[in-house]
Design a protein around this ligand. Structure first.
Ligand code: IPM
Ligand code: MG
Length: 369
């Protein structure tokens, strides 16, 4: 049996320190559960720019295309704010998404009971929340042409283009319907068909795919602004939300924050199946590089650890191991362990990033247990 290949890209800010905890878990699984990975590590984002003058070296891109899964920490930071747009840390991440053609970005917004108090919403509105945003990730206004800043007459104009083909909409719609069937079988599609032609096409194509291939799934449509409002009003009405790249960027941050668990939410970006039959895949925490707390041992490693759990499930066919890892996370939270991002509750002293990783490992059963 070939050993599955995993490329780790810690990136910037708190990326390296949260990824160090995942490395511990990977090593532990190799030693105690007979789960071996062929792990390699490379630079991305500002860290790559500092060394190579580019946020993603071609060798790293080539490697990412070959492995079974990529696990990324975070990119960006104030140090790189003044760089030319083309070499900003974020361009490294966008290149990975585009060239690996990772069109379906799965962002769960799940409320962990232990931290429901951290939501800015009332507890009964978020307790038990479990929804999934499927964000289109390789097209739309992020990549559409023409784009740029030009001069017209005596002033500058900034241009970006919202662009979607039917095929791009149909494939991400299928991802959402497939996922819904494994959940509560409900999909809500969000766009702005009231003001954008691309939104009209989006709505039509999602409906067509539904009628032809997924008539058993309950489909509704909502304008994205109303969707944002409904997400804060009564988020539990949603099961799966499918939306475009830019709306998905906004709505997934909103959904993540209202769980009170921003530091704990993982994500998966999936593309077309590879030879192995499994999709091309990149996993990353939803949170960013948090430069303000980087290097201080304050970061919460749970989002990155749960991203690895998603990799176990979607890329490595290790659903049972993923379950065990998720249960270990729940168990440390139930014990009252908190990193600094989850403080505010009286009488709790925060644990460090590394202590949190160690505590999760103590909850993992060894082989035979
Ligand atoms: C995200 C981030 C990225 C995006 C940035 C870092 C390019 O906000 O993954 O949501 O806008 O997609
Ligand atoms: Mg974002």
């Amino acid at each position: 049996m070939t050993i599955p290949g995993l490329l780790i890209l810690p990136g910037d800010g708190i990326g390296p320190e949260v990824m160090a905890e995942v490395r511990k878990i990977i090593d532990w699984m190799g030693e105690n559960r007979g789960l071996g990975f062929d792990v390699s590590e490379a630079l991305v984002g500002g860290a790559a720019y500092d060394v190579h003058g580019t946020p993603l070296h071609d060798d790293t891109m080539a490697k990412a295309q070959k492995v079974d899964a990529v696990l990324l920490g975070a990119v960006g930071g104030p140090k790189y704010d003044t760089l030319d747009f083309s070499v900003k840390p974020e361009r490294g991440l966008l290149r990975l998404r585009k060239e690996m053609d990772l069109y379906a970005n799965l962002r769960p917004a799940q409320c962990f009971d232990a931290v429901a108090d951290f939501s800015s919403l009332k507890k009964d509105i978020v307790a038990g929340l479990d929804l999934m945003i499927v964000r289109e990730l390789t097209s739309g206004v992020y990549f559409g042409e023409p784009r740029g800043i030009h001069t017209e007459g005596d002033e500058r104009v900034g241009i970006n283009t919202q662009y979607y083909t039917e095929g791009e909409i149909a494939r991400v719609a299928r991802s959402a319907f497939e996922l819904a069937r494994k959940r509560d079988n409900r999909v809500c599609s969000m766009e702005k068909a009231n003001v954008m032609e691309s939104g009209i096409l989006w709505r039509d194509v999602v409906q067509e795919v539904h009628d032809a291939e997924y008539p058993d799934t309950a489909l509704s449509h909502m304008y994205a602004d109303a969707g944002a409002m409904q997400l804060t009003r009564w988020p539990k009405q949603f099961d799966v939300i499918v939306t475009d790249n830019l709306f998905g960027d906004l709505l997934s941050d909103l959904a993540a924050m209202l769980t009170g668990s921003l530091g704990m939410l993982p994500s998966a970006s999936l593309g077309a199946p590879m030879e192995s039959g499994r999709p091309k895949a990149l996993y990353e925490p939803v949170h960013g590089s948090a430069p303000d707390i980087a290097g201080q041992g304050k970061a919460n490693p749970i989002a990155c650890i749960l991203s690895f759990a998603m990799a176990l499930r979607y890329s490595f066919d290790q659903g049972a191991e993923a379950d065990r890892l998720e249960q270990a996370v729940q168990a440390v939270l139930a014990d009252g362990l908190r990193t600094a991002d989850l403080l505010g509750q009286e009488g709790i002293t925060p644990v460090s990033t590394s202590d949190m990783g160690d505590a999760i490992i103590t909850k993992l059963p060894k082989v035979g247990q």
